[in-house]
Design a protein around this ligand. Structure first.
Ligand code: GUE
Length: 273
């Protein structure tokens, strides 16, 4: 079974459209904070702008300027701004200092210490949308997590680490293994899992032999091979034995962007409450 992310994202966009439709007055904007965006940032920013346009939300690309921390403080206070995405990597500005200055209530990607640390006791205002997108897909397709073994490959602050914490929450009750580039025998750990999540950024990293027949495979990878977007999983091979698998494109990525806009709307509700 192919786990289509576009159906999931459509239901999220429908929910946002309905909320926006019931509103009066101007919508605040969403700011993409960057300096010299690399090609992968450009692709992502373009796709966010496109979705923003569809929803009637103004997406502003803002240069970090000569005093980025000061700029962020201004944006935090600005009532016409509901969300700020600090694009990664920043080439010139100190990203850590910028994130330390960012209001967690406008931190749509859950990158601040307060949102990241908050996951530990269910106090995050925003969870990182890519990790959350994995949870949404599992939930939408009724894939049981409770008591099952999940192996995550990749330990990034945007996916691997926060996803492990989301899966470990009480009530979610996954049993989680996190592997990374220094892990021994990754194949053994993926083969023993009921659900494998790959977020390493290497095309065809997950091969057929690494997956137990009947397992669920979630591909978070964003890799460009000969100008074509592919995930981390050898899809043609692995899809033959997996019980369910997400495609790239059209899987986790499309849900991630939709969740950003759900977060954007939650920020508006907080600003107006
Ligand atoms: N603060 C920050 N957050 C990020 O999430 C972030 C970042 N900085 N810097 C750059 C990388 C790269 N990245 C991409 C995501 C999707 C596509 C992409 O091509 N998406 C397609 C397909 C998505 C799909 O369907 O799977 C689309 O949106 O049309 C590319 C690149 C995000 N990043």
């Amino acid at each position: 079974m192919i786990l289509d992310g576009k159906i999931v994202s459509k239901s999220i966009y429908d929910e946002i459209k309905e909320k926006i439709g019931n509103r009066t007055g101007e919508l605040p904007s969403l700011v993409l904070f960057c300096d010299e965006p690399d090609p992968s940032n450009k692709t992502y920013m373009k796709s966010i702008r496109k979705q923003g346009e569809k929803l009637g939300i103004e997406v502003i690309v803002r240069d970090s300027g000569s005093n980025p921390v000061e700029e962020i403080s201004e944006l935090n206070k600005d009532k016409s701004v509901a969300g700020i995405m600090v694009m990664h990597p920043l080439k010139n500005a100190n990203e850590k200092a910028v994130l330390a200055a960012l209001d967690p209530g406008k931190d749509l990607e859950g990158r601040t210490v307060s949102n990241l640390g908050g996951i530990i006791n269910d106090e995050e205002f925003f969870a990182p949308p890519t990790a959350e997108a994995v949870m949404e897909i599992l939930d939408y397709y009724g894939i049981e997590v409770k008591g099952r073994d999940i192996t995550i490959v990749g330990r990034s602050n945007t996916v691997g680490k926060p996803l492990a914490l989301l899966l470990l929450k009480k009530g979610v009750d996954g049993t989680v293994t996190v592997c990374h580039s220094r892990s021994r025998d990754i194949s053994e750990k993926t083969f023993n899992a009921d659900i494998v999540v790959s977020a390493v950024g290497i095309a065809k990293f997950i091969e057929r032999e690494m997956i137990r027949p009947g397992a669920v495979v979630i591909d978070v990878g964003i890799n460009f091979v000969d100008g074509k977007l592919v995930g981390d999983v050898d899809f043609d091979e692995v899809s033959q034995i997996a019980a369910a698998i997400t495609p790239v494109p059209g899987g986790v990525g499309s849900v991630t962007t939709a969740l950003l806009f759900r977060h954007y709307y939650r920020s508006i509700e907080r600003m107006e409450s």
